[in-house]
Design a protein around this ligand. Structure first.
Ligand code: PEP
Length: 245
């Protein structure tokens, strides 16, 4: 059985004053029954990790470079994230794929780098609306899983997030049946590759998860948690999602 995980992706939001929200969240869940993670912008990572040290809320990065160090101005390595206190890193988010042209192959190299640095990668996959309309969703997700997970991927240290591109930040969500179809298919695809170990890989749903729809999404087949954008910025909202899990 996969462990439950509520992960917040702050994206490019949050100045130092926003760290208070993380502290408020941690104070609300001194002994949670699920894993809680916040992925702030890189500028807040070490401050948040220090603030949350000893609490039940973990921190993660939003991206990493494929290399451990070197001449890559503006980039951050997985080892640097780990050094700053991160335990996880989001990889292949659709905004990275769109804004920075990230391919499945690049995501697989980043996944290798993250694992080598001791981080748990949260590898994101998801179809566009046009791909869904064309009936290509399952094929797209299978191809992204195959291309984004490296040969030597350790299933015991892996999280997958299914995030339909059209559901992110739009207020729209797939039907529960559509979410179940994709999550069941992802579990089957991962089982074919990793065997029994695939049962323990947390499969997160992401895309306009709110306190009001979280419970029904979490009751859906093979959904082990959520990757949450907008509703993770305020402890009052994110706590409602954590409680629903
Ligand atoms: C995300 O960016 O990963 C996301 C799911 O965003 P939102 O919850 O705002 O749709």
């Amino acid at each position: 059985m996969a462990r439950k995980l509520a992960a917040g992706n702050w994206k490019m939001n949050g100045l130092r004053s926003a760290l208070a929200e993380a502290k408020t969240l941690a104070d609300m869940f001194p002994a949670p029954s699920v894993d809680i993670l916040l992925c702030p912008p890189a500028t807040l990572l070490s401050g948040m990790a220090e603030m949350l040290s000893g609490t039940s809320v973990e921190v993660g990065g939003q991206d990493c470079h494929t290399a451990a160090s070197g001449a890559h101005t503006g980039d951050i390595s997985a080892a640097m994230l780990a050094d700053a206190g991160a335990g996880y890193v989001i990889l292949g988010h659709s905004e990275r794929r769109a804004d920075h042209g990230e391919t499945d192959h690049l995501v697989s190299l980043k996944t290798t780098a993250a694992l080598a640095a001791g981080l748990v990668p949260i590898v994101c996959v998801g179809e566009t609306f046009a791909q869904r309309e064309a009936g290509e969703t399952l094929g797209i997700i299978r191809a992204q899983l195959s291309g984004s997970l490296p040969e030597d991927c350790d299933p015991a240290r892996l999280v997958i997030a299914y995030e339909p591109v059209w559901a992110i930040g739009s207020g729209k969500t797939p039907t529960l049946a559509q979410i179940a179809e994709v999550h069941d298919d992802m579990r089957a695809t991962l089982s074919a590759r990793f065997g029994d170990a695939a049962a323990d890989i947390p499969l997160l749903y992401g895309g306009s998860v709110k306190p009001g729809n979280a419970m029904e999404i979490f009751d859906t087949s093979n959904v082990d948690g959520a990757l949450v954008g907008g509703a993770s910025l305020k402890a009052a909202d994110f706590s409602g999602i954590v409680k629903a899990l």
